[in-house]
Design a protein around this ligand. Structure first.
Ligand SMILES: Cc1cc2ncn([C@H]3O[C@H](COP(=O)(O)O)[C@@H](O)[C@H]3O)c2cc1C
Ligand SMILES: O=C(O)c1cccnc1
Length: 333
């Protein structure tokens, strides 16, 4: 599937998911079994090599892509972030000038990074009052995300920038999985700010009650442009057989939308890290992912996933570069 021309195309793409390459995964397992180490001793690195093989058909991390989407949120006016909304556009300039954390981590991993601001002058509507986006807005953002993916990439990371988007992500998580307590401190709100976030999420769920059964409606009503673009990118990656490293709370909320629409939709994704955002662990559990790193990071931007790329490269280096027992003349067990 090269592109999507409508919301219906996107819905169809969610149902027609490509399967993993079982033969390539088996070949990776077979090679792993004869490399000069006790079986299983490289732990999750072994699974990473198999994961890459099962989507890419080979174990490689030569062409890495980091895409960052930015959007503004009407809900920001409710005092739910420690920072003002203008930081979104300012950080986009910082990404372009290569001054942000994710620039450094992408560079370290050798990844190509691109930035996609989406209508920053048009914040989404305050979701406690009306749907955050129209269907046209939702489709536009999904398509921007879809089209941003390099079909030849060996791995994709999608990141985000959008002041107040941890509140939007918490509302999405609450709508998809139920329960309360999904709001966290984001950029560092105090107790009063956290209470405002919880109130905003509760008001959002009440305002859209009875209309949150379809995950794409959850995304449209409670999401944001950059969050929808991430959902679009993750599904496009699946259709291009590009494996994905997920980032923090917002990234996983975008991914969770797909998983609720089709439980197999995230089979090509791994979790790059556990964010310090309070409910990220709970969200990872809900989507069935175990994080690679746990470094107390809570930045977003795709930064945790970009750092995890270097671990994945470690897995590839071992899998492709190590000698076999036969080659090295090392005795077996
Ligand atoms: C300078 C700065 C750089 C950032 N980079 C990512 N975020 C992160 O913070 C925002 C979410 O937190 P909240 O919901 O509390 O606004 C997002 O833009 C996210 O990517 C940043 C935030 C700031 C202030
Ligand atoms: O987990 C994240 O991605 C996150 C947490 C706090 C602020 N921004 C992003």
């Amino acid at each position: 599937m090269a592109g999507i021309a409508s919301l219906n195309d996107f819905r169809q793409a969610l149902q027609d998911l490509p399967a993993p390459n079982a033969a390539a995964a088996e070949a990776a397992r077979a090679r792993d079994a004869v490399l000069t180490k006790p079986p299983g001793s490289l732990g999750r690195l072994e699974h990473l090599a198999e994961w890459l093989a099962s989507w890419r058909g080979r174990v490689a991390a030569d062409r890495l892509q980091v895409v960052i989407f930015a959007g503004n949120h009407g809900i920001a006016a409710r005092g739910v972030s420690a920072f003002p909304a203008e930081v979104t556009v300012q950080m986009v300039a910082n990404f372009k000038a290569e001054g942000a954390a994710v620039n450094q981590l992408s560079k370290l991993a050798g990844a190509a990074m691109s930035v996609h601001p989406i209508r920053l002058d048009q914040p989404t509507a305050d979701f406690t009052q009306s749907p955050a986006m129209s269907e046209e807005d939702l489709f536009e953002a999904l398509q921007i995300g879809w089209d941003a993916v390099d079909p030849q990439a060996d791995i994709l990371v999608a990141g985000e920038m959008g002041i107040a988007n941890t509140t939007s992500a918490a509302a999405i998580a609450s709508a998809l999985f139920g329960g309360t307590g999904w709001a966290g401190r984001g950029t560092g709100v105090d107790d009063a700010g956290l209470a405002r976030k919880e109130a905003a999420v509760a008001a959002g769920l009440a305002a859209h009650e009875g209309q949150l059964t379809d995950p794409l409606e959850v995304l449209r009503r409670l999401g944001g442009r950059e969050i929808a673009a991430m959902s679009g990118a993750y599904l496009a990656a699946r259709h291009h057989n590009v494996p994905v490293v997920l980032d923090g709370f917002i990234s996983c909320a975008a991914a969770a939308v797909l998983q609720r629409a089709n439980p197999a939709a995230l089979d090509h994704c791994i979790a790059g890290h556990l964010s310090a955002e309070g409910a990220h662990g709970r969200l990872l559990e809900a989507i069935g992912k175990t994080p690679l790193l746990s470094l107390n990071m809570r930045l977003g931007e795709g930064s945790g996933a970009a750092l995890a790329l270097s671990v994945v490269k470690g897995a590839v280096a071992c899998h492709t570069g190590m000698a076999t027992f036969a080659e090295a003349g090392v005795s077996g067990a």
